[in-house]
Every structure is written in C-alpha cells, then in structure tokens.
Design a protein around this ligand. Structure first.
Ligand SMILES: Cc1cc2nc3c(=O)[nH]c(=O)nc-3n(C[C@H](O)[C@H](O)[C@H](O)COP(=O)(O)OP(=O)(O)OC[C@H]3O[C@@H](n4cnc5c(N)ncnc54)[C@H](O)[C@@H]3O)c2cc1C
Ligand code: SF4
Length: 282
C-alpha cells in the first residue's frame, strides 16, 4: 500500500460544501456542491484499506470501494471511474441518492471506530461527474449484434440497468414506459434538490446513443396488451416498480379524505409542495 492511505488519523472528515440557501431557494437544485479535485483525493486517502471491507460487504452492488478510493487518492481518476462503473450502471445517481449512512458509510470501519466515515458517496459522485466532463463516459459499443429482441416494460432504474446490460450482450432492446420521460421515480419521485433531472436525462441519452429504443407515453395494458408485446419480442422483462401504497397503522388512518401520497407522485405535485414549504419559510 502506498503511503497515500490511512490518513484518517490526521485528516478529518469533510463533505462537499452546501450551496448557499439563497441560491437553493431560487432554483431548488441539488444541495451539495461538487468536491474540488484535491478534496476528493484527500478524503479518499482517509480510507484504511480494510482486509475485509465492510463498506463493500454492505453495498448491494458489492462495489469495489476500497480500490477506487485508493485510485482516487493517487490521482488516477480515469481508472477509479472505470472500476466504479464496472459494477454500477449509474454511479453518479447512486453517489447522490443511495442511503450511504445505512450501507457503505454506516458500516465503514473508521466510522465504527469514531473517526467519521470516509465520504464514499461524495467521492463516487465526484469521480463519475468528472468522467462525464472529461468525455470518458461512452455509449455502448456492441461487438456482435444478436437477432433476438427484448422488450422492457418500465424505464425506471431497474429497466434502464437491464436495458444496458442486455444491449451490451448484443440484444435489440425496446423500453416501453407510460410516462413522457424515462427514469421512473428518478424523474417523477425524487426531487431536484437530491437528484437533478439533467443527470438522469444525460444517462438516458447515452443509452439511446448506444442503440436502445425508447417508446414513451405507452402504457402496457392500455396501448397494447402483454400478449401483443410478447409477439413483438423474443423476451419481455417487466420492471414496472411498486406502486401500491402501504397503510400507516395509525389511529384514524381510515378516516375520509385521507389519500396516499404515492398516488400523487408527479413532479407538479412536488412543485406545489415545494412552493408550500417555501411560503412556510418566509
Ligand atoms: C419521493 C421518493 C424519494 C426517493 N428517494 C430515494 C433515495 O433518496 N434513494 C433511493 O435509493 N431511492 C429513493 N427512492 C426509491 C427509488 O426511486 C425506487 O426504489 C426506484 O425508482 C425503483 O426503481 P424501479 O425501476 O424498480 O421502479 P420505478 O422507478 O417506479 O420505475 C418503473 C417504471 O415503470 C413504468 N410503468 C409502470 N407500469 C407501466 C405500464 N403498465 N406500462 C408502461 N410503463 C409502466 C412507470 O411509469 C415507471 O417509469 C425514492 C422514491 C420516492 C417516491
Ligand atoms: S470500510 Fe471504510 S476504511 Fe474500510 S475499506 Fe471501506 S471505506 Fe475504507
């Protein structure tokens, strides 16, 4: 191991700075600014390169976190990005919205020993955003086209990730979604202050550039039946998400005029909610 790592004994934890409230109230865009390069390297160097990396063990994607932290600390940002994206179809999204406090960061050994976790999510976001800026993120290049086609119902993260993996294997892919934009709840659920729409749209465009076809405003069950789609494709993947609201077990939950917010998850509702919060803050 180089002497670049294990710096948690000397260097404190630092997250990227928050954008000023005045600006955030104007645009409701993401709360945190980006790391500058030196900070990303410095914060990555706090990692102790555990033999059994609990960050990776608790990552649902089993991301090779210690290795890309080390590469970042050494300034090898392209390799860090390549390693990070090798297990993750959209690391810039996970860097922004994953519940890191319960997964990698919450289980980081130096967090457990009271030194404050390595800021894994912010570094992941930094190295991927930097890769986009540098032009290192490229559309899929298919080596050998296959004749079979797969229809994917649902353009949420599950559908998009499956589309990418299957396209890389050479299948012809069509993604159907009932809404006008791809992204599922990344677009219609998660607000801009956590994940700006352009970040998702940039990913979708990359998939289109890699040959994946998107059919929007197309509801399976209304615009076509499942059987009709089955006849169009060799295989169908259903990735339609979970839209059944959960009951809250509270007294009065069955009173009149109590509605599930899930049924109102469209951005225009978030817009009204944001306006309401804004007025309450005045
Ligand atoms: C307000 C909110 C905040 C969240 N914040 C976070 C967070 O911070 N971190 C995090 O990790 N997760 C968060 N989530 C959860 C995350 O967004 C979901 O887990 C994720 O989007 C699920 O992906 P999915 O692809 O399975 O489904 P979805 O994103 O729901 O995508 C399913 C897609 O299928 C389409 N579809 C459904 N039925 C049909 C049909 N019949 N025909 C055609 N298309 C159809 C839908 O239009 C949709 O686009 C949040 C969710 C919400 C609602
Ligand atoms: S658990 Fe923390 S210190 Fe250990 S490898 Fe992962 S990020 Fe580094």
């Amino acid at each position: 191991m180089t002497n670049k790592m294990l710096k948690f004994v000397k260097i404190g934890q630092q997250t990227p700075p928050k954008r000023k409230v005045g600006f955030r109230k104007q645009d409701f865009k993401e709360i945190y600014d980006e790391y500058i390069n030196e900070k990303a390297e410095e914060q990555s160097s706090r990692c102790s390169q555990c033999g059994v990396p609990f960050c990776q063990v608790h990552c649902p994607l089993s991301n090779n976190i210690p290795d890309w932290l080390k590469l970042t600390a050494e300034g090898r940002l392209k390799e860090a990005y390549e390693l990070s994206q090798s297990t993750n179809n959209m690391p810039e999204v996970c860097g922004r919205i994953c519940p890191q406090d319960r997964l990698c960061e919450g289980n980081c050994v130096i967090e457990q020993s009271g030194h404050g976790t390595v800021t894994i999510g912010s570094v992941e976001k930094y190295i991927t955003d930097n890769a986009w800026e540098q032009g290192w993120v490229k559309p899929i290049q298919v080596n050998q086209e296959k004749n079979q086609s797969v229809g994917i119902i649902g353009a949420g993260p599950a559908g998009l990730a499956a589309a990418e993996q299957l396209r890389k294997s050479g299948y012809k892919i069509t993604v159907y979604d009932r809404y006008d934009r791809a992204g599922g709840l990344l677009i219609y659920g998660i607000p801009n202050f956590k994940l700006e729409k352009e970040i998702v749209e940039r990913r979708t465009k990359l998939l289109k550039d890699g040959g994946i076809e998107f059919v929007q405003n197309f509801e399976v069950g209304k615009d076509a039946t499942l059987d009709q789609l089955r006849k169009r494709h060799d295989a169908i993947l259903i990735a339609t998400g979970v839209y059944k609201a959960r009951e809250v077990r509270l007294k009065g939950h069955d009173l009149d005029n109590i509605v599930f917010f899930l049924n109102h998850l469209q951005n225009k509702n978030f817009f009204h909610l944001r306006l309401l919060i804004f007025h309450l803050n005045q």
